[in-house]
Write a protein that binds this ligand. Structure first.
Ligand SMILES: CC(C)(COP(=O)(O)OP(=O)(O)OC[C@H]1O[C@@H](n2cnc3c(N)ncnc32)[C@H](O)[C@@H]1OP(=O)(O)O)[C@@H](O)C(=O)NCCC(=O)NCCS
Length: 135
């Protein structure tokens, strides 16, 4: 029996606690709790994993609603890894965008995405206009 549930409601998230959990888990890319909230609330699809009242995972997906989507901020709390939490969140997100090409970038979690049948793509390029998080 799973000891977590996946939900789409961002309104249940305490963003200060979410930011603290990411920081404590060494998965903080510099966003303030308010920026974290904004980036999730502006995403077309979001997924949160809860163990009771405890937020143990989150993920989000940008989509144009037609052909392209982009998966971001996939995280499972260290205390809850290898129990299917991230798989359940990503499955919930990808189910919302059938027929779309879903991209993502990862440094070192290829085995996880490979397990979810994501495939290597040609080289990825990126830039930040101005300074990261400051426009
Ligand atoms: C990557 C991450 C999201 C996986 O979360 P998770 O909830 O533990 O993943 P799941 O339990 O759903 O794993 C599903 C499958 O992926 C594979 N997998 C997951 N983590 C893996 C790992 N560390 N090494 C190898 N395979 C892994 C396994 O096949 C696993 O199935 P199994 O447990 O039955 O063998 C989690 O380790 C994490 O939050 N890491 C830090 C943040 C991060 O790097 N996120 C990705 C940014 S692109």
């Amino acid at each position: 029996v799973a000891d977590f549930r996946v939900a789409a409601a961002a309104s249940d998230v305490n963003w200060s606690e979410a930011k603290a959990a990411l920081r404590d888990d060494a998965f903080d890319n510099g966003r303030s709790s308010e920026q974290l909230r904004q980036s999730f609330e502006a995403s077309q699809h979001v997924a949160f994993a809860w163990d009771g009242e405890l937020l143990v995972g989150m993920a989000r997906l940008l989509s144009d609603g037609v052909c392209n989507a982009y998966l971001l901020d996939v995280w499972t709390h260290s205390s809850h890894r290898r129990r299917g939490v991230a798989r359940a969140m990503v499955d919930a997100l990808t189910a919302r965008v059938p027929g779309q090409h879903i991209g993502l970038q990862t440094d070192d979690t290829q085995p996880f995405y490979a397990a979810l049948v994501f495939e290597q793509q040609p080289e990825f390029m990126a830039k930040v206009e101005g300074t990261w998080l400051q426009g």
